[in-house]
Design a protein around this ligand. Structure first.
Ligand code: FAD
Length: 420
């Protein structure tokens, strides 16, 4: 097999890889030799198609470094600034995809179809003159003096520059199974000591009262605290009770903090405030001044669905018909704890198959932030989830992919055309 020569190889054509391909191609304007994007998946863009429940939450109207975890906020800010939300909105508008902002601040295509987003990206890759080749799984990459030797799936390629966009490990059936993380390490990079699912539902022990509430959703504040009680993170949004434990936006957002603490040897747990809009002190005063006839069930009525209400009574160690005023102080506190500070004994997570993102990856300290070029392997650029950056629910992960992909694609072309 003769070795194919390309100018830029993009390995991984998910959100970041497609954006990198588009900007590499546009910037090259046909100069500098072939630009080829390789992806191992049979179906390109499977993750884009399932994103946002099939509607694709492309970005968020306001994206701040605080919406992310992993590498330093300053580093994340620099990359995000280079390709802000307005640039993404304009990019998609120019490709015929109008985005609309929903009440939550999330931006979706007006068609409500992820397919519209993917089709626009694929059209744009083609018109930028980039070849998209798949299924073409890359098995190994070696650094050469004048570029990279890329092998896989009947492929033997020499590339002058390489953009690695193989993602993390979330939803491995779409092709992001972590091989890229091994490849980047073999090339000389480090990855964070802990790599774990982010935006993932959490498991509770069999028989936990919450598992009996399958299907119930409620607005809560969910706090993650270390085993020593130090607050790590807190989010307010709906929780969804399921047969295995808890899910919903608030759980997805908080999950990475609990798992990170545990991965570091800690014993963080999750605490639910089931009455996020009520003040605990005021509620206690309402209890103390309630009529002698007011029962524990009565004081909660109207605040919760019936099944949740019953679970909270059990968790608080009170009977439905116990009179609120006759509870001893210790029992009153236990009841209040179940309402405002309900500890959930998280026994695990649902794993990468159900995770929307990966926490951990290549630290941004190993990357030049104006070009996403490696500080360790010249000629290699990184973009997307392979980096140690994970965002909360709401379009933040795609925004990271668009911004880092844009920088990597453009910079790779600038470097190759400068060299010719
Ligand atoms: C169910 C779900 C819903 C989501 N919804 C949203 C949402 O609405 N909004 C949002 O902002 N984020 C969402 N996300 C997160 C978002 O999809 C990811 O953060 C983003 O797609 C990451 O882009 P990426 O290009 O870095 O990686 P990926 O999208 O994972 O793409 C990596 C690509 O690399 C390819 N690849 C991997 N290894 C190789 C190899 N060795 N050779 C060749 N190709 C390879 C894979 O086939 C894949 O196509 C969701 C994720 C999931 C799982």
């Amino acid at each position: 097999m003769s070795r194919e020569q390309v100018s830029i190889a993009i390995v991984g054509a998910g959100a970041a890889g497609l954006m990198a391909a588009i900007h590499a191609g546009r910037c090259a304007e046909g100069r500098g030799g072939p630009i080829v994007a390789f992806d191992g998946a049979r179906t390109i863009g499977a993750k884009i198609l399932v994103a946002g429940g099939g509607r694709c939450n492309v970005t968020h109207h306001e994206v701040l470094p605080e919406d992310y975890a992993g590498s330093s906020r300053n580093a994340i800010r620099k990359v995000l600034r280079a390709y802000p939300v307005e640039a993404v909105v304009d990019f998609f508008a120019a490709e015929g995809v109008t985005l609309k902002r929903e009440e939550t601040g999330k931006l979706f295509p007006t068609t409500n179809k992820a397919r519209t987003v993917l089709d626009a990206l694929l059209r744009s890759v083609e018109s930028a003159g980039v070849e998209l080749r798949h299924p073409a799984r890359i098995e190994s990459i070696d650094r050469l003096e004048d570029g990279f030797h890329i092998l896989g799936d009947g492929l033997d390629v020499h590339a002058r520059r390489l953009i690695l966009c193989t993602g993390g490990k979330a939803l491995p059936k779409t092709g992001s199974d972590g091989l890229g993380l091994e490849i980047v390490q073999r090339l000389g990079h480090t990855v964070t000591s802990a790599i774990h699912p982010a935006l993932v539902p959490l498991l509770l022990p069999d028989g936990d009262g919450v598992c009996e509430l399958s299907g119930i959703a409620a607005p809560v504040t969910l706090s993650i605290r270390t085993g020593e009680g130090r607050p790590i993170a807190a989010y307010s949004a709906p929780i969804l009770c399921t047969h295995f434990g808890i899910s919903g936006p608030v759980v997805l957002d908080a999950s990475r903090y609990l798992l990170a603490d545990r991965a570091a040897g800690g014993s963080a747990d999750a605490y639910v405030d089931w009455l996020p809009d009520e003040d605990r002190g005021a509620f206690e005063r309402t209890m103390l001044s309630a009529s002698g006839q007011t029962t524990c069930q009565g004081i909660l009525r109207g605040r919760f669905p019936e099944r949740l209400l019953r679970m909270l009574l059990v968790a608080g160690g009170v009977d439905a018909l116990d009179r609120v005023r006759t509870l001893t102080k210790a029992r009153r506190i236990a009841f209040l704890e179940s309402l405002f500070n309900h500890r959930l004994e998280v026994v695990g997570d649902r794993g990468y198959t159900f995770a929307e993102a990966t926490a951990g990856g290549v630290p941004l300290s190993e990357v030049r932030l104006d070009s996403m070029e490696s500080r360790i392997v010249p000629g290699l650029h990184l973009a997307g989830e392979i980096c140690d950056v994970d965002g909360r629910v709401g379009g933040f992960n795609f925004q990271w992919a668009w911004a880092s992909g844009f920088l990597a694609g453009r910079a790779a072309t600038v470097a190759t055309t400068r060299a010719t």
